[in-house]
Ligand binder design. Structure first.
Ligand SMILES: [Zn+2]
Ligand SMILES: [Zn+2]
Length: 131
């Protein structure tokens, strides 16, 4: 079951790489043209099938543009922080990331290139506090 759609083929890796390098969203045909430099025999249907799988797995994002063309790009990295209630396990997303300024400062001070971070805040929500 799990095997087929998640199989990592060189074609699939190539399509991911094209999406990664793309400055803008690309149509399946554009991705196909780019991928054929590496895989001359690649069929357009294979590109479509890989794009379907990548989209289903949340790695790629499909958008319909105003010109009626469906284009693909990498799914935005999900980045967010939450308040998590220890009483009811509810998680309340924070409206934005409070750490970007700190990242800038750390990069300047340490020379470290920061890729990502995690932050979760635990406590009790107003409802649970009432109990
Ligand atoms: Zn709670
Ligand atoms: Zn953050």
């Amino acid at each position: 079951m799990a095997g087929k759609s998640t199989r990592r083929t060189p074609q699939r890796e190539c399509i991911m790489e094209i999406l990664r390098q793309g400055q803008a969203a690309l149509s399946a045909e554009e991705i196909w043209q780019a991928a054929r430099k590496q895989f001359p025999n690649l069929a357009l249907t294979t590109v479509y099938r890989n794009l379907e799988n990548l989209t289903a797995q949340g790695l790629a994002r499909r958008s319909m543009f105003s010109d009626g063309v469906t284009r693909f790009d990498l799914a935005p990295r999900s980045h967010g922080h939450s308040l998590i209630c220890l009483g009811c396990n509810r998680s309340i997303p924070l409206p934005d990331c409070p750490l970007h300024a700190l990242e800038q400062e750390l990069m300047r001070d340490t020379g470290f290139t920061i890729q990502d971070h995690r932050l979760e805040i635990y406590g009790y929500c107003p409802e649970c506090r009432k109990k």
